[in-house]
Design a protein around this ligand. Structure first.
Ligand SMILES: Nc1ncnc2c1ncn2[C@@H]1O[C@H](COP(=O)(O)OP(=O)(O)OP(=O)(O)O)[C@@H](O)[C@H]1O
Length: 384
């Protein structure tokens, strides 16, 4: 029997957005000892994956050509760093917003005020506009109509970089970067990323410390190694983003044939979420640096957490809050809303607002959904 040359291509798209287009794709030859592998189907399978990932890579670079429609403001914010310690107030005045290409408003004539230092929970069903409110506060978009005031100043007049530095934001599409666990958290606040005790504290607050300690190399575990690290020896002295030494991954052998690289370390989606929360915590840790955040925004922070983890997270966040303004979006009413200074029940517009007790007394939609969610617990949800 004629044995085809047993060579297949492996390749990998580097997910690091800082890389240049040339280093996006790496092709590597691996010798495979098992002659039963069908070379042609292997290659055609790999080529189809290659085509689809190249198309995704192209989209990454197309982002560069999208014009930023949010015009930068000129005024510094805040006037002095110390004022952030008292939290930031936010006011929506008759705000409507329509996403580009959509023919109906995501938000319609929304008005509310969150005072500095308040805990606000934005609740509502799927698609009711909760995330859109957070997008507008962080100026990912500007309102189509209406005004947003931050500490009484029109949000559009403030320098974007200052505004974002004063906030700490956890969006729903939490990312995991091809770096060590320590760096994945440290990215939240590069100024403090070298301070191991700060990174550990952020991990504790994000509920990630225990699972990180169980990883093979603890905080130095790589979640997803860079391509060079997979397929080749790294030059001696190579360091990571924050200067930690990188060791080459051990060489593997399959059926006596030598291949390089090691498989990705997989962590669960709930653990990815805990890491993302830790990164957000890193950003809001009290320090003398400019990264101190006066407002924390969380978009569904507990979506992938089990009930105990969710309860513990909210307990830690409430204790951490101090005078910072905290705004949560959630469609789970349980743990948090009972502690909120202000609940906004949204369905395109603010349908109901008040504290938990006020809204329960009102007996409207908030009360109906809260009772619906509480039912399986037979009234055993602890009250504050
Ligand atoms: N980037 C976008 N482009 C176009 N439409 C969008 C975009 N993001 C959200 N929408 C639409 O705007 C409306 C409000 O969406 P939003 O994400 O704010 O709701 P949500 O209450 O946060 O939902 P969920 O609870 O499912 O996260 C929805 O109809 C949604 O389809």
């Amino acid at each position: 029997m004629h044995v085809l040359p047993q060579i297949i291509f492996t390749w990998r798209v580097v997910k690091n957005p800082m890389t240049t287009p040339l280093s996006l794709v790496s092709l590597t030859l691996i010798e495979v000892a098992d002659p039963s592998i069908n070379l042609y189907s292997s290659i055609s399978g790999l080529l189809s994956i290659l085509a689809s990932d190249l198309s995704r890579a192209r989209k990454v670079y197309e982002i560069e050509n999208i014009r930023n429609q949010v015009v930068n403001g000129t005024e510094p914010f805040p006037e002095n760093q110390q004022s952030l310690a008292n939290g930031i107030s936010v006011e929506f005045k008759n705000v409507s917003f329509q996403y580009p290409g959509r023919d109906r408003c995501a938000l319609r004539n929304v008005s509310f005020k969150i005072e500095a230092g308040q805990l606000c929970v934005v609740v509502g069903v799927n698609g009711s506009g909760k995330s859109t409110i957070l997008n507008l506060i962080s100026r990912i978009y500007d309102p189509t109509v209406g005004t947003i005031l931050i500490d009484g100043r029109d949000i559009k007049t403030l320098k974007l970089a200052d505004l974002r530095a004063a906030m700490s934001i956890l969006f729903q599409d939490y990312s995991q970067f091809p770096l060590s666990v320590r760096e994945n958290i440290g990215l939240g606040n590069p100024a403090l990323a070298h301070e191991d005790d700060k990174v550990r504290e952020a991990a504790r607050l994000g509920g990630a410390e225990d699972f990180i300690d169980e990883l093979p190399n603890g905080f130095d575990t790589y979640l997803d190694r860079l391509v060079d690290d997979y397929y080749g020896d790294l030059p001696e002295g190579t360091t990571t983003l924050f200067g930690h030494p990188v060791e080459s991954s051990p060489r593997n052998t399959v059926d006596g044939v030598h291949i390089t690289g090691s498989p990705d370390l997989q962590i669960s989606w709930g653990q990815v979420q805990r890491l993302a929360i830790s990164r957000t915590m890193m950003r809001s840790l009290i320090s003398e640096t400019e990264y101190f955040a006066g407002m924390l925004l969380f978009d569904e922070p507990s979506a992938s957490l089990d009930p105990t983890a969710e309860h513990d997270l909210f307990e830690r966040l409430r204790k951490l809050r101090g005078n910072k303004t905290m705004i949560f979006s959630t469609h789970r009413f349980g743990n948090l809303t009972q502690y909120a200074d202000l609940i906004l029940y949204i369905d395109e517009t603010v349908q109901e607002e008040g504290t938990h007790d006020e809204l329960m007394k009102k007996g409207g939609e908030y009360a109906r959904i809260w009772n619906l969610q509480a039912k399986p617990f037979n009234g055993q949800i602890p009250r504050p």
